[in-house]
Design a protein around this ligand. Structure first.
Ligand SMILES: [Ca+2]
Ligand SMILES: [Ca+2]
Ligand SMILES: [Ca+2]
Ligand SMILES: [Ca+2]
Ligand SMILES: [Zn+2]
Length: 458
């Protein structure tokens, strides 16, 4: 595409052409240059131009002059590109219609020439998507979407994590926290993974997760290899597992379910507890017993609260809605874990937080809670949200077993958009059934109805 010898120009010629790039003269010559910037360095002056065609910027086309301030010598960098095929210069597909094709808040819209053998007049639309700019090119004649690309510089890193946790990976219910010490026993449980969506800061900040821990880890090479005895380890766990969860949600087609950098911290709370705070939109993972963020299932449970808060502002304002929140959090941990581990007799998938719970449970398998319980609504309720959430999570678990992971998770996420903040279980269940009907038809709706019926909810 680049044709640096397209027009051989001396500095003098460039200045002459520059004069033609003003709107009044643009029509006289199809080619022109528009001054973009002049930089003064220690040794000279550097002037940058945008290539234009009949006054319209040519995408990627540039021209620069570098003038040595002592000798006056001028060198040029000709990055102009060929505009062939005589592009049309009038948009017949309006900018409003082009804008309607693009997601995100509008930042800037303008006409450009897309160079090449058949140069094309296009709308260049810059949009804000969760604080990240995206450029979209839409053919200004046909309306065809030509190209879309992020303008943010994104980085990929590597790090070590547990996935989902060492009890499951090692099939060892005898593991203990041992004062947060690392040992050879854990070595096979570490997995080297790719950290996606990172910005270029070296911090664990990306499109879907933002580490707000104190003494936050930073790596200029985006390398985050730590073991469980190091406090950076939990920060990497949080970043990786939250990001993976959001990538999964996006893969299901949802672009607006907590689609932003979820704040999380793994420091500052020494309790054996974690929480999502809707007022700050931040998750805090405690460090009591086994550090909570050493268990991805705890990470995902809290992310479940963030998901629902993003879908329904103020969700969980009553005990029963709160129970749905806890039940969904456990289900979300289950479905995320199901993608990276299998159910075994030692560690059944229905068991949640197999690793975190070793420090506060005695029997095996160690589970914070399970999603395959037998409680029935309403008599099985005791008024405590986590306990009562087991009714809800079991219903979701049954739908999963009937319809599979993808369908079930799409149905649940779709249905949750219509939940009331103070919903009852029967009202919420009817939303889930309606989503099943709309997305997958009567068979799916019947499976959901049966699951809720078996729990006494419908
Ligand atoms: Ca630790
Ligand atoms: Ca959020
Ligand atoms: Ca813990
Ligand atoms: Ca588990
Ligand atoms: Zn919870």
């Amino acid at each position: 595409m680049f044709s640096r010898s397209f027009v051989a120009a001396t500095a003098a010629a460039v200045l002459a052409v520059t004069g033609l790039s003003t709107p009044a003269h643009a029509a006289k010559s199809p080619d022109g240059l528009m001054l973009v910037a002049t930089h003064q360095s220690l040794l000279g002056t550097h002037t940058w131009y945008q290539q234009t065609y009949s006054g319209i910027p040519v995408l990627g086309g540039f021209y620069a002059t570098h003038t040595d301030s002592r000798t006056g010598t001028v060198s040029t960098d000709d990055g102009r590109v060929a505009v062939s095929g005589v592009p049309a210069l009038t948009a017949t597909f309006g900018s409003d219609r082009a804008r309607a094709r693009v997601a995100g808040a509008a930042l800037r819209t303008g006409l450009v020439i897309v160079p090449g053998a058949h140069a094309t007049l296009a709308w260049e639309l810059l949009s804000d998507r969760s604080g990240r700019s995206v450029r979209t090119l839409v053919d200004a004649r046909s309306g065809v979407l030509l190209k879309e690309e992020p303008l943010v510089k994104e980085a990929t890193g590597t790090g070590k994590v547990f996935e989902p946790n060492p009890v499951v990976t090692l099939q060892n219910e005898g593991l203990t926290d041992n004062g947060n010490k690392d040992s050879a026993t854990f070595t096979p449980a570490y997995k080297t993974v790719t950290l996606t969506q990172l910005d270029s800061s070296g911090n664990l900040i990306g499109a879907y997760a933002k580490n707000t821990s104190s003494s936050a880890v930073n790596s200029s090479t985006h390398t985050y290899n730590y073991n469980r005895s190091q406090k950076q380890f939990e920060q990497v766990m949080g970043y990786y597992h939250i990001t993976r969860a959001q990538e999964y949600i996006q893969s299901l087609g949802f672009t607006n379910v907590n689609n932003s950098a979820q704040k999380y911290r793994t420091t500052g709370l020494t309790d054996d507890n974690s929480f999502y705070d809707p007022s700050t939109d931040q998750i805090t993972y405690g460090t009591g017993g086994v550090d909570d963020a050493e268990d991805a299932e705890v990470i995902w449970h809290e992310y479940g609260h963030a998901i629902q808060d993003a879908q329904v502002p103020g969700f969980g304002s009553t005990e029963e809605a709160g129970a749905i929140g806890e039940g969904f959090g456990d289900y979300w941990a289950f479905t995320m874990s199901a993608a990276v581990s299998t159910s075994t007799s030692t560690t059944p998938l229905a068991c949640i937080a197999d690793w975190d719970s070793v420090s506060y449970t005695s029997g095996t398998p160690h589970c914070l809670r399970r999603v395959d319980g037998t409680k029935v609504y309403p008599g099985g309720k005791d008024g405590e949200v986590h306990d009562d959430g087991e009714i809800w999570s079991r219903a979701l678990f049954d739908i999963y077993n009937a319809l599979g992971r993808t369908q079930t998770d799409k149905i649940i996420l779709e249905g949750q958009f219509s939940f009331s903040p103070s919903t009852t279980m029967p009202a919420a269940a009817s939303k889930i059934v309606a989503a099943a009907q709309s997305l997958y038809g009567t068979t799916a709706a019947n499976a959901a109805t049966t699951a809720f019926h078996n729990r006494g909810i419908l």
